[in-house]
Write a protein that binds this ligand. Structure first.
Ligand code: DAT
Length: 179
C-alpha cells in the first residue's frame, strides 16, 4: 500500500512518517531526497522546484505494488491508496518555522496556508481517500496510532476536522498584510 503524508511545512510530516513506517514495517521515502536522487526538479535560487507530474510518474514506477510511506508537502500529487493530511495549530507552525530560521515571507506564506487549508484542498482535488489528522496537543505516537486505527478501520475519507478561524487573531502578527 502507498501511504502519503502531506501538510504544511512544520506540521510534523517527517516525524510522523518515520514513526508510521517503522510501526507498519513499511519503507520510508522522503519526496525531496527521492527527487534529488532521481534528477527530478531544478534549483531555483536556493530551492528545489519539483515538477509534480514527473514526480508522480517516477514514484509510481518505483513504488507501485510496494508498501511505502511517502513524506512531503508535494506527496499528495503521487497516486496513493491513502492520503494523510496532517494539521497543526497555525501558531505552532509559526513557532516551529521561526525556530528553523524561515524568512518572514516564507513564514507568512506557510502560516497562511495552514490557516486556510491550502494542502487539504489540493489533496482533495487529487484523491478521494483523504484522512485529515490534527497533531495539535498530541504526541507523534498518538498521531501515528490514530492514523493506523483509521486505516485499519477501513475509513476512506475524514475531512473538515479542524477550524483555525478562532486562532486568526493570534497568528495575525505573522501574516503579510500589505498588498
Ligand atoms: P514537517 O516534516 O511537517 O516539516 P517535522 O516532522 O520536520 O515537520 O517537524 C515537526 C516538529 O514538531 C518536530 O520537532 C517534532 C515536533 N512535534 C511535536 N508534536 C508532534 C506531533 N504530534 N506530531 C509530529 N511532530 C510533532
Amino acid at each position: 500500500m502507498i501511504i502519503v503524508v502531506t501538510g504544511t511545512p512544520g506540521v510534523g510530516k517527517t516525524t510522523v512518517s518515520r514513526l508510521l513506517s517503522k510501526k507498519l514495517g513499511y519503507e520510508y521515502v522522503g519526496v525531496k531526497e527521492f527527487a534529488r536522487e532521481n534528477g527530478i526538479g531544478e534549483m531555483v535560487g536556493e530551492e528545489l522546484e519539483i515538477d509534480v507530474d514527473e514526480l508522480a510518474e517516477a514514484m509510481l514506477r518505483e513504488f507501485h505494488g510496494q508498501d511505502v510511506v511517502i513524506d512531503g508537502h508535494l506527496s499528495h500529487f503521487v497516486p496513493a491508496d491513502v492520503v494523510i493530511v496532517l494539521r497543526a495549530n497555525p501558531k505552532l507552525v509559526a513557532e516551529r518555522l521561526m525556530e528553523r530560521g524561515y524568512s518572514k515571507e516564507k513564514l507568512a506564506e506557510n502560516v497562511e496556508a495552514e490557516l486556510v487549508d491550502v494542502i487539504l484542498v489540493e489533496a482533495l482535488e487529487e484523491n478521494g481517500n483523504v484522512l485529515e489528522v490534527d497533531t495539535t496537543g498530541k504526541t507523534p505516537d498518538e498521531v501515528v496510532d490514530e492514523i493506523i486505527e483509521l486505516i485499519e478501520g477501513g475509513i476512506k475519507r475524514r475531512v473538515g476536522i479542524v477550524d483555525w478561524s478562532g486562532v486568526y487573531d493570534e497568528v495575525l502578527p505573522y501574516l503579510r498584510l500589505e498588498g
